[in-house]
Design a protein around this ligand. Structure first.
Ligand code: NAP
Length: 303
């Protein structure tokens, strides 16, 4: 069965290149004819790994046209996920499997709600990649991807294809707990790096702020019924801050480069869930408001 990939950016191209070089059928679905022409002019996806680059001439087509889709990797940003999924909805065969690679939470549920006949699997990845230019991607950090189904159901047989392609993937029986844990780590670190304009490591100089956010995120995780995701949260946040001390967070980089951030699916989602559960969360809300004001002042979307 063909892997269709919608969202030929950093992660989409990273998956496409590895599936293609393992000899698995894969095709890219591009936004429109203009993007398709640009892709064809380049001759394929270029993956740069350990300084070596390889070109993969992966077939591509526009999202609007082509054969029915049976397995789709949705690899766009969280704020594009709903509209991107809608652009291929007419091509989805009954029982199509969608793998949603978005960070944070909220976009997955929105896509699933619009596609009740599809099986939507959620993914949480610690792999790292960035786009040097269009369809040219650097594999920046090895990691792991967890996949799971919010509604249960069998482990997909195609996990072996991922193994064959060298994509480290594991089935998770509680993918929402994993996504919540990652959301909490992101919420405790990324917004503060933007507001303090600093690398991750410099947050060690703001221990009270970090501790207060971890405390409220822990309350939220308990109230959402993910107590395991709250365990040792502050310790883990401090370990990440130390282990990635020299790095700029993804949100910092988005804002620094004038790109839209995924704030609505991280802090925004946390605050919305707090509203739903009638939790006060004053520090989390204050950071959310400060961050929104910061983005607006720079002409960037605050949702
Ligand atoms: P990215 O590099 O910005 O790529 C997103 C791609 O989606 C772009 O190529 C964009 O096309 C495409 N796209 C958006 N809307 C589309 C539409 N309607 N039709 C067709 N294509 C569409 O993003 P990314 O870094 O791969 O991130 C994807 C998700 O993975 C995010 O939620 C991110 O947080 C998460 N994630 C990323 C990493 C990483 O290291 N990159 C790691 C872990 C998690 P255009 O090029 O035409 O704009």
């Amino acid at each position: 069965m063909t892997w269709s990939i919608l969202g030929a950016g950093s992660l989409g191209c990273l998956w496409a290149a590895r599936l293609s070089r393992a000899g698995l059928p894969v095709r890219l679905l591009l936004r429109d004819r203009q993007r398709l022409n640009a892709y064809r002019a380049l001759g394929g996806v270029t993956l740069i790994e350990d300084g070596r680059e390889s070109l993969y001439p992966i077939p591509a087509e526009t999202a609007a046209q082509g054969a029915p889709i049976q397995r789709l990797l949705l690899a766009c940003k969280a704020y594009d996920a709903e509209s991107a999924a809608a652009s291929v909805a007419a091509r989805l065969a009954p029982g199509t499997e969608l793998i949603l690679l978005q960070n944070g939470l909220g976009s997955q549920q929105a896509v699933s709600a619009h596609l009740p006949r599809a099986r939507c699997l959620y993914a949480s990845s610690t792999e790292g990649a960035f786009r040097e230019s269009d369809f040219r991607v650097v594999f920046a950090g090895h990691g792991q991807t967890w996949l799971g189904d919010e509604h249960g159901g069998p482990t997909p047989a195609w996990l072996t294809e991922l193994e064959q392609a060298g994509i480290p993937a594991q089935w998770s029986e509680n993918i929402l707990e994993r996504l919540w844990r990652k959301l909490a780590l992101n919420c405790a670190i990324n917004p503060l790096t933007v507001l303090h304009q600093c690398r991750n490591g410099e947050l060690a100089g703001h221990p009270d702020e970090v501790a207060a956010l971890c405390d409220e995120l822990g309350q939220l995780l308990h109230a959402c019924n993910y107590p395991a995701a709250a365990q040792e949260l502050q310790g883990d946040v401090e370990r990440v801050i130390a282990a990635t001390a020299a790095n700029f967070s993804s949100m910092y980089q988005d804002v620094a480069q004038g790109r839209r951030s995924e704030i609505a699916y991280l802090l925004g989602h946390a605050c919305r869930e707090g509203d739903r559960l009638h939790l006060a969360l004053p520090r989390l809300r204050a950071v959310h408001e400060r961050l929104r004001a910061y983005l607006v002042a720079r002409g960037l979307p605050d949702t």
